[in-house]
Design a protein. Structure first.
Length: 333
């Protein structure tokens, strides 16, 4: 059922993507805001309670409904899985930004490319040189593909294999959103959340994303330049050796390092400035400067954007082939 559910959800998302201002995302922001407003009292215990109510409780509800629908009829459970995957997986939630920037660079309009990057990340990018524009586009696009597609698929498949239905996908997306939303609110005067809640959300997100980030990195290495990806990953791990084994920065760096080696491009460096708008940043860059990744690769140029597109779609094909083989083996077994 996992293979067919993922396939149908991906097709539906391509045919009819969710709009940026859809009712679900609006309701999700309201839910997370209400939970933190009522349960965040500043102590670590309250942080755990707020995170559990905002993230874990909806995932458990998705699991309970999955089993209820399964007992009523397996087709209902299948449709429930498809619906939740459609809501949690989304190429089209960020691909239009990538396309607009790539088209502007293809015609040599660097000002338009900078403006599109600024709209996407809701920052003032100034007069970034073309290579830096391309680098930031690659980094943001790859991280968005991981968070919106590969990370969700990883958690969904792991959860489905353990009998958790779509709970893994819901847990992943809500954990990422809660961490990002509360991080944004903590930077807003008079609207912040307590350091205890923010720390719990970030630690939980780093832990949940630990395995999916490495699964994405492995997929990129397999469908790209394997030796270069592994070498870049190894060098990145050495440079981050002093950080906690499960941290947001480390997880993101693993994905970017594998990308740098897979397409043989140099990534890493100063991040874009923090968002100054009163909306949570959809796909934030690494919060700290990273050392150079893929040092043997070339300086980022527009041609690398096509390579990244090919890398992502080959990884999707790899995922679908593996899911199909696992589904077939389960049926035959």
């Amino acid at each position: 059922m996992s293979f067919l559910a993922v396939l149908l959800a991906l097709v539906l998302e391509q045919v009819r993507p969710l709009s940026p201002a859809n009712v679900l995302h609006t309701g999700l922001r309201a839910w997370v805001r209400v939970v933190s407003g009522n349960l965040d009292a500043g102590r670590p215990l309250h942080g755990y309670l707020a995170w559990t109510a905002a993230v874990a409780a909806p995932a458990l509800l998705a699991l309970a409904l999955h089993h209820l629908l399964w007992h009523l009829h397996p087709v209902l459970a299948y449709l429930w899985n498809v619906g939740l995957l459609y809501l949690t997986v989304g190429f089209r939630q960020f691909s239009h930004h990538f396309t607009a920037i790539r088209e502007a660079l293809d015609v040599g309009d660097e000002d338009q490319a900078r403006a599109a990057l600024a709209r996407w990340q809701q920052v003032d990018v100034g007069q970034l040189p073309r290579s830096e524009v391309v680098r930031h586009v690659i980094e943001h696009s790859v991280l968005a593909a991981h968070r919106h597609v590969f990370g969700v698929l990883s958690c969904y498949c792991i959860g489905a294999a353990l009998g958790l239905g779509p709970a893994g996908a819901v847990l992943y997306r809500l954990s990422e959103f809660a961490s990002r939303y509360w991080s944004h609110k903590s930077s807003q005067p008079g609207e912040g959340v307590s350091p205890a809640l923010l720390r719990v959300a970030q630690q939980a997100w780093a832990l949940i994303d630990y395995l999916p980030a490495r699964m994405t990195a492995v997929a990129f290495a397999v469908v790209g330049s394997f030796e270069d990806a592994v070498d870049s990953w190894r060098q990145c791990a050495q440079s981050l050796a002093g950080r906690p084994w499960a941290s947001v920065e480390r997880n993101q760096a693993v994905v970017l390092a594998a990308t740098a080696g897979a397409v043989q491009v140099r990534l890493g460096g100063s991040p874009l400035p923090a968002s100054t708008l009163n909306t949570p940043n959809a796909d934030a860059p690494l919060p700290e400067p990273l050392g150079l990744m893929g040092a043997s690769g070339r300086v980022p140029e527009p041609a690398h954007l096509r390579s990244v597109v090919g890398l992502v779609w080959r990884s999707v094909v790899l995922w679908m082939v593996l899911l199909a083989l696992l589904t077939l083996a389960r049926l035959l077994g």
